[in-house]
Design a protein. Structure first.
Length: 201
């Protein structure tokens, strides 16, 4: 199994946001690259070298690494200020939440090239993909708070609900999305995209 680990590097503070695209989070017998190695990778990308230019200010880059060796497999620019990354269930696409551009960058995981951007009404902070890959869900809990549903067949926005949520998760059968709020968990029916319950915490 070919496994890649993808990091996101933002030039301004050189802090990588890390996401595992395949394998590592699901019990595969593969090594985990230490965080300090990811930080070193982010610094190399920021400073350039070995034929690669240094990043100009306010440019964000996705870097694909071989999870076994730590070797760089490719890189591409994505939207500004990436906050989260998820892979589609088939591994063909990487979806990157970019808060400052209010968009999701779509990256081909084989070529490590950005192939599109999905514009949204909020500044996305967290995202999740349905088990069948047909829906992308994202939340924002800053000034443009909201819960957004995207149809991945044409990357169109199905709906945006005005609510404050800090994180989210999709249940294994895809029928519910759980939205973590400050004092409760909102339960969303994915057929209607409506909140059907609120669980105090």
């Amino acid at each position: 199994m070919e496994t890649e680990l993808h990091t996101l590097e933002q030039h301004r503070d050189a802090q990588p946001a890390c996401g595992v695209a395949q394998g590592l989070a699901f019990g595969a017998d593969l090594p985990v690259i230490p965080v300090n190695s990811l930080m070193a990778c982010a610094e190399r990308v920021r400073l350039g070298g070995k034929g690669m230019p240094a990043l100009p200010p306010d440019v964000s880059v996705l870097v694909a690494l071989d999870a076994r060796t730590g070797a760089e497999l490719g890189r591409c620019r994505v939207g500004h200020c990436p906050t989260a990354i998820e892979a589609t269930p088939d591994g063909a696409r990487l979806l990157v939440a970019c808060s400052k551009n209010a968009c999701v960058s779509v990256v081909d995981s084989l070529t490590v090239k950005e192939v599109g951007r999905i514009g949204v009404e909020v500044e996305p902070q967290k995202l999740a993909v349905s088990p069948d890959g047909t829906r992308l869900y994202l939340v924002s809990n800053n000034d443009s708070q909201g819960f957004t549903v995207i149809d991945t067949s044409d990357n169109s926005v199905v709906t945006t609900v005005d609510l404050d949520a800090r994180d989210l998760a999709v249940c294994p059968d895809g029928t519910r999305v759980y939205l973590a709020q400050d004092t409760a968990v909102a339960v969303v029916d994915t057929t209607t995209n409506a909140i059907i319950a609120t669980i105090p915490v």
